[in-house]
Design a protein. Structure first.
Length: 318
């Protein structure tokens, strides 16, 4: 029997949107002085479990909510009810989650990781009344235009053309699932050069643990949803015409091998009411393999930590 990595912790709670069943996390602030209320949206190929160290770290600064979205994290896919996994569909899900689960008197900080920031942006654009409740939109290695995101051929050939293109159709996704996804994913990973390089730095036990987690992620994240959303943000999505009356904070990685942070900064300055930027000293795109809240906080620069410790309420008193 294949191992499940779903958490059984009591801060994981059930949530449904239009009959699609998923989960969310709620972790309260560690102190009464922590005034923010975060809503965290992960990026592609993730789960709530994978971002739990980030969620836990943010409790230093306030209450934290994080929610699955259809087709990811084990949540039922949009196709189950005849819908498509578009940014518009996801924005309706996120807006309903905020209205149903989070107390109405809370001022929100919306934090999107990678592709998750497109969900943040689309939600603020589609539901402008929500902008009045949001003190900050945080882009954690986020991007807003398909040209911001560059998959080198060593990634794009196996991931987009061998996997995503066939899987974007109902028939293709069913065939690939039938072919035994664990075996398929393992084979594609072994011909993806950047992942080969990662394996060289791991012990056999670490490599096995990594592949077990990756295989589990591919099992619980709907393959067709994964393919369609990946092709959309790599080839089509463009949110740069949006004008949103909310400040934005961009947390970027200057050495990011996937996202052009210079482009992103220019775009966000035009799109949001104000802009500030902080940099992480990393050589990867999204730091999702952090094992503890402490390691997350150590990664963040001091100026960013100081900023997160403030909120709209405390800043107005200064």
């Amino acid at each position: 029997m294949k191992k499940s990595l779903f958490s059984t912790a009591d801060y994981y709670k059930p949530y449904a949107y239009k009959g699609l069943c998923g989960r969310y996390i709620y972790m309260p602030a560690k102190s009464a002085e922590a005034k923010r209320t975060f809503v965290v949206l992960y990026g592609q190929h993730a789960t709530l479990e994978r971002i739990e160290p980030i969620v836990s770290a943010l409790t230093k600064f306030g209450d934290v909510y994080a929610v699955d979205y259809p087709g990811f994290g084990g949540m039922d896919p949009a196709y189950k009810i005849g819908e498509q996994p578009t940014l518009s569909f996801y924005s309706g899900h996120i807006n309903q989650f905020i209205k149903e689960i989070i107390p109405a008197d809370k001022t929100l900080t919306l934090l999107g990781i990678s592709y998750g920031f497109q969900l943040v942006t689309e939600t603020l654009h589609s539901f402008p009344e929500l902008q009045q409740k949001v003190e900050d939109a945080i882009s954690f290695v986020g991007f807003v235009h398909h040209n911001d995101f560059h998959l080198p051929p060593s990634y794009s050939i196996p991931m987009l053309y061998l996997l995503a293109l066939p899987a974007k159709t109902w028939l293709g996704s069913r065939i690939l699932t039938f072919l035994e996804r664990d075996w398929l994913v393992s084979g594609i990973y072994m011909i993806t050069k950047p992942i080969q390089a990662k394996f060289k730095s791991l012990s056999k036990a670490e490599a096995k643990s990594y592949m077990d987690e990756q295989a589990w992620l591919w099992r619980i994240n709907d393959l067709r949803t994964h393919a369609v959303t990946a092709l959309a943000f790599c080839k089509h999505n463009d949110l740069t015409a949006y004008r949103i009356k909310v400040p934005v904070t961009h947390i970027g990685v200057p050495k990011d091998h996937l996202v052009d942070n210079t482009r992103v900064a220019v775009e966000l300055k035009e799109m949001f009411s104000s802009f500030q930027e902080f940099s992480l000293n990393l050589a990867i795109h999204a730091p999702l393999d952090l094992g503890s809240p402490e390691s997350v906080l150590e990664l963040l620069p001091p100026d960013l930590l100081n900023y997160l410790e403030s909120s709209a309420a405390t800043r107005t008193k200064l």
